[in-house]
Write a protein that binds this ligand. Structure first.
Ligand code: ADP
Ligand code: MG
Length: 653
């Protein structure tokens, strides 16, 4: 008798729309049911009291019992009929039949008590079934309903739904951002915890992106709207929670398949019980009540919604529930290097221009050519060029080859920046420098008008948590960890040396990384961790693709099965923990549900269970399942707590 729809033909997307359209009617229906449960329950109680106090007034007690039972039974029967009409195979039919059997038995007090507990269960379950809805309501609270829109320098208050991409808005300190947007003037600090789970405030200034639902702390900023509604990162989190509730894990699919046989089987058992007990209708009622597998039906969805909500709070974006389940089974991890195991904040450590070239010229060409690239190398070159006060050239015909480099016209002159093989493939002669000169550095060559004008050495550093998380993964039963990188052997070796990894590959192209993963997949369940753009093929090749630092990056979100909004690697062992815990909790729930159904049916057949006992047990098992699943929500609290402590310490310093 759960609210969870188990029709096989319903598909996730249209159910999501139905859900979105529904919240108000669900709420008012629940309120109505609670009212009826209270009123009917009181009448039933009254009938017991009357019987006790005024035993001679038999009719008064009887009347109160009948009225109470009918009031309690009506919503149950109506729910069952509605389900039948909608063509859903629901558990509610069994419950309705149980009520009819109780009425047919002629003891309206017992019928009332049973109906009371069954209605109570329906109410509790519909509250839980809308758990996803409630998580989403909390998310909606994060976005304000109005925004200050600026037109021709004049500010006016508009509804957020009226905003469109490109509009200019103003957000004051203390307000939440209503949409995803880019700062065009002002600066501020922003708390993004609602999306990333990280409460460290970030400095944001002109050109930086901010996200709907995050909080503007200190400054007033003016922004252009970049994404609205469903397209915002927050909107995607909402979709994900909706999809989590609707998606089917393998076990639920098995239930779906056999649901059609279940009701007839139970009816048969009830018939047998009826005959065996010498035509005792109580026995029929008991079988029908106890056999209603609400706890079994609730076992998976309650746990999954709790887990997905917990993950979202930590900035872990799980796009499909099956991926959550898979995470526990992964036994091999493959990491990208730059931006994943290292922080991806490269600094330029060497400029090596050719003989007749000035260092500033080398840098200016390189930084200009990289103008439109998102690669860490590009960011490093632009930063140092900016610090050096260089004026970048006019850039046209820009193109980037992932994992290799970029080409562009700078002031009309052909310019290429990238790895050695990229340049030589383009027919440019590269004279390799001495190895010792660039020991431990990543190197890019720069060619202008078909001639190499020098090379640039860059370095970044290992993320501090990298060694520790590889150890945690091993403790969690991961047997194999590897690193793949497009970078040079000497750099890869240094990084690999400071980590407990089994293997590393250097100088990989994006397709080499994917091939490496494909090969590994033959013997293991492989998760790939990468930072988006040029790792997309590898991410897609893994059984599980985990993208780092995905906030605001559509590519990362789209190519991965799980996206981490932050760059914090500690989210990965946490994801594995969450996955393992949810599997355990689902198993516990299923075991409990099945034990009650099977044990209760056996006890009933043996004549050792009363209808009221069955009803109480039924309610109790559903409540236990719901509470058990709710335990998942707390997963990862220790991490957020640790971050908050760190924050407090930083504040003191
Ligand atoms: P990783 O696998 O470590 O993340 P990448 O695949 O991103 O490394 O890059 C591999 C190499 O390709 C870099 O070390 C660099 O030499 C070159 N490269 C990739 N993209 C660019 C770019 N935009 N500009 C210059 N060089 C690049
Ligand atoms: Mg990378």
């Amino acid at each position: 008798m759960s609210e969870i729809n188990i029709t096989p033909e319903s598909n996730a997307t249209d159910s999501v729309q139905i859900q979105e359209a529904q919240p108000k009617s669900v709420k008012s229906r629940t309120v109505g049911r609670i009212g009826l449960a209270l009123f009917g329950g009181l009448l039933t109680l009254n009938s017991f009291l009357l019987q006790w106090w005024l035993p001679e007034q038999e009719y008064a007690a009887q009347f109160s019992a009948i009225a109470g039972a009918i009031i309690l039974a009506c919503p149950i029967v109506i729910t069952a009929i509605m389900d039948l009409v909608e063509g859903k195979i629901h558990m509610n039919e069994l419950v309705a039949l149980a009520i009819f059997a109780a009425f047919a038995g002629g003891d309206f007090q017992i019928a009332g008590v049973i109906a009371f507990f069954l209605l109570l269960t329906i109410i509790i379950e519909s509250r839980t079934a809308s758990g996803a809805q409630r998580s989403i309501e909390e998310l909606i609270k994060l976005t304000p309903s109005t925004a200050h829109k600026v037109v021709d320098g004049k500010e006016s208050e508009v509804n957020v739904s009226e905003l469109s991409v490109g509009d200019v808005i103003r957000v004051r300190p203390g307000e939440n951002f209503p949409v995803d947007a880019k700062i065009i003037s002002g600066f501020s600090t922003v708390n993004q915890a609602s999306i990333t789970g990280e409460s460290l405030p970030l400095d944001k200034s002109v050109g930086d992106d901010v996200f709907a639902g995050t909080m503007n702390l200190t400054g007033m900023v003016e922004l252009t709207v970049t994404r609205i509604g469903e397209d915002t990162t927050l909107g995607k989190v909402k979709d994900m929670i909706m999809a989590a509730e609707q998606s089917r894990t393998p076990f639920v699919r098995i239930i779906d398949r056999y649901a059609g046989y279940y009701t007839p089987t139970v009816l048969m058992i009830a018939g047998i019980a009826w005959v065996l007990s010498g035509y005792d209708l109580d026995r029929v009622t008991t079988v029908l009540v106890i056999a209603c597998p609400c706890a079994v039906v609730l076992a998976t969805p309650t746990a999954v919604v709790a887990a997905v909500a917990a993950a979202a709070r930590l900035g872990i974006f799980i796009k499909n529930v099956n991926h959550l389940e898979l995470a526990a089974k992964i036994n091999a991890f493959v990491f990208d290097k730059t931006g994943t195991l290292t922080d991806g904040i490269l600094s330029v450590v060497k400029l090596q221009p050719a003989d007749d070239v000035k260092p500033a010229e080398l840098l200016r060409y390189a930084a200009s050519a990289e103008s439109y690239s998102n690669h860490p190398v590009a960011a490093a070159l632009q930063n140092i060029a900016k610090d050096a006060g260089l004026n970048l050239g006019e850039v046209s015909d820009f193109s980037e080859t992932p994992g290799k480099g970029v080409q562009a016209k700078v002031d009309g002159i052909d310019c290429i920046v990238g790895r050695t093989t990229y340049l030589s493939n383009l027919g440019i002669e590269v004279v390799q420098h001495e190895k010792e000169e660039s020991e431990g550095m990543s190197v890019v060559y720069v060619a202008v008008a078909g001639k190499v004008i020098g090379w640039i050495g860059l370095k970044d550093k290992l993320r501090s948590e990298a060694p520790e998380i590889i150890q945690s993964l091993r403790d969690q039963g991961v047997r194999y960890c590897a690193m793949v990188t497009g970078d040079r052997q000497s750099v890869a070796e240094t990084i690999a040396g400071s980590l407990q990894i089994d293997e590393y590959r250097s100088e990989c192209l994006p397709e080499d990384k994917a091939a490496f993963v494909e090969n590994l997949k033959k013997t293991m369940s492989v998760a790939v961790v990468g930072d988006g753009v040029n790792d997309a093929p590898a991410l897609a090749a893994g059984d599980l693709g985990i993208a780092m630092g995905a906030i605001g990056s559509d590519i990362a979100i789209n190519s991965a099965s799980i996206a981490l909004m932050t760059n914090d690697l500690r989210r990965i062992p946490l994801l594995v923990t969450l996955s393992k815990r949810s599997r355990m909790i689902v198993s516990q729930n299923l075991l409990l549900g099945l034990l009650i159904v099977i044990g209760g049916t056996v006890l009933t057949l043996l004549g050792m269970m009363t209808p009221v006992g069955a009803a109480i047990l039924h309610t109790l098992s559903s409540i236990l399942v719901i509470f058990n699943s709710a335990r998942l929500v707390r997963t990862g609290e220790e991490l957020t707590l640790a971050e908050q402590q760190q924050l407090a310490m930083n504040a003191k310093q």
